[in-house]
Design a protein around this ligand. Structure first.
Ligand SMILES: *Cc1c(COP(=O)(O)O)cnc(C)c1O
Length: 468
């Protein structure tokens, strides 16, 4: 073993060899030195573990390519772009919605320059950051007032804290959901200081169930959109209309947590009926909350709209300051909302919407094009075909509903599809897909035409890595 340790090249020798090429010239020498030290530690670990047994394995000609790969991996940002071949449009783990070009431009403008973030250009005095989007929001959804916080979890929190603290809130047992990431309605309510009164049964809740628990202590009526699951069969929830009537009768605000709120009518997609924000506001809900980055297709944000009386109370809650959105979010949100003034424009330019509305013949055509390129590039290294499949909206919206798509199915000849899938996570950029029918599948719905070349590059890198 000591022979092996002594066979390891010196730090300076490796450093000279590495910096001889221009690839790492943009990285300060001191940092490359750190990486080299880190890599030599890995080598020592390999010697101790018995992975390296011959001095030849430690020659410069063997180590340098490995070292280059190591420095490359260390030098790239930890948080980086990936290619989404999964077909899940609002993929929470891959960053949910992509912004429209105009929103990206607005973000760039907002962070590269000073702005009128909290400055009223009409008076030269201090202004409000929320003024930039409130009117637009109301215009698009027909509400009296609106407010934006960090995300929808925060929106639910501040609404309950403002309107229901130390009060009771009846919620249907069918709506006590966990959204994911440990966001559970009962726990959020407890944190906000409201007392949950469960009503009805898991599958059926009636108006009289609510009426039985309404007392002087009741603060509001809360409806939660059961975003990520669906009850089929013998099932009933109280409709928003009946809930609004109930709220009027007992003088209680009706709060609706829409989850993935949307301004778009998706009925043409035949993936079930989801009420739009406009419909919920129109039906008389007093306070409505929803996410900015689910099917709305904007930045991460929690949007609260509704009656001015309640929105004003929420605005005055000191919690608002802790949950406030930053200027980049604000810029992206305003640009996104502007597109919604023209629904056609929104469908065309907001990536989340254009991906959802992508038509099957077009997807088939694009899948064939990608499959052909893969066939041409990789020959008999892989077997490629185009098969029928399904995409998902994701983001906890439209649960169990599929969008028909065409998948590019890739079966590598030298390794298994799972080995390929894993290797594709270490390419630049990484490519995420799914295994279906013993093939590695890519859904063109969530890949742009421009990204096809990157897909080819990623496959090239991965196939090279697994065949070494
Ligand atoms: C997604 C969701 C939330 C949380 O929204 P975020 O924007 O992720 O914080 C809350 N309630 C419902 C019903 C949801 O679907």
């Amino acid at each position: 073993m000591s022979i092996l340790f002594r066979a390891l090249p010196s730090v300076d020798k490796v450093l000279d060899a590495l910096t001889a090429s221009s690839e790492f010239s943009h990285i300060p020498r001191s940092i490359v030195r750190e990486h080299v030290n880190g890599f030599l530690d890995v080598c020592r670990e390999e010697i101790r573990a018995g992975v390296v047994t011959e001095p030849e394995q430690l020659g410069l000609e063997v180590l340098i390519p490995r070292m280059q790969a190591y420095v490359r991996a260390q030098a790239r940002p930890h948080f980086r772009r990936v290619l989404n071949g999964t077909g899940v449009v609002v993929h929470t783990n891959l960053g949910r919605s992509l912004l429209a070009d105009s929103a990206v431009e607005a973000v760039k403008e907002a962070c590269a320059h000073y702005s009128n973030l909290e400055f009223d250009l009409a008076t030269g005095e201090r202004g409000s950051r929320y003024s930039h989007v409130e009117e637009l929001l109301c215009q698009v959804c027909g509400a009296e007032a609106g407010l934006v916080v960090n995300n929808n979890a925060a929106a639910v929190m501040i609404v309950l804290d403002t309107l229901c603290k130390d009060k009771e809130v009846p919620v249907s047992r069918g709506q006590l959901v966990e959204i994911g990431g440990s966001f559970r309605i009962p726990e959020v309510m407890e944190k906000s200081g409201a007392t949950l009164r469960e009503v009805g049964a898991t599958n059926r809740t009636h108006v009289k169930d609510y009426e039985q628990v309404i007392t002087e202590e009741t603060g509001a009526l809360l409806r939660v959109h059961t975003s990520n699951y669906r009850i089929v069969g013998f099932h009933k929830e109280v409709s928003l209309e009946d809930m609004v009537a109930l709220g009027k009768k007992y003088d209680l605000p009706v709060i609706e947590d829409l989850g993935s709120g949307s301004f778009t009518d998706f009925s043409a997609l035949r993936i079930g009926e989801e009420p739009t924000v406009q419909q919920v506001v129109g039906a008389g809900a007093d306070v409505v909350t929803f996410s900015g980055d689910k099917v709305l297709g904007g930045p991460q944000a929690g949007i609260i709209v509704g009656k001015k009386k309640y929105i004003d109370m929420i605005k005055r809650n000191p919690m608002n300051r802790a949950l406030r959105i930053d200027k980049m979010t604000l810029a992206a949100l305003e640009a996104t909302l502007r597109l919604y003034r023209e629904p056609e424009l929104a469908r065309e330019q907001i990536p989340t919407l254009s991906m959802m509305f992508a038509e099957l013949p077009k997807l088939k055509q694009r899948a064939r094009r990608l499959a052909n390129r893969i066939k041409k590039t990789f020959g008999d290294q892989v077997a490629v075909s185009v098969v029928d499949g399904n995409s998902r909206v994701g983001g906890g919206s439209f649960p169990e509903r599929d969008l028909p798509t065409a998948l590019v199915a890739i079966v590598p000849t030298v390794v298994s599809e799972t080995v390929l899938k894993k290797a594709l996570l270490d390419t630049t950029p990484p490519l995420v897909g799914r295994i279906e029918q013993q093939a590695f599948c890519l859904d063109p719905r969530t890949l742009t035409d421009k990204e096809f070349s990157l897909v080819i590059e990623a496959l090239q890198q991965a196939l090279q890595a697994v065949s070494q």
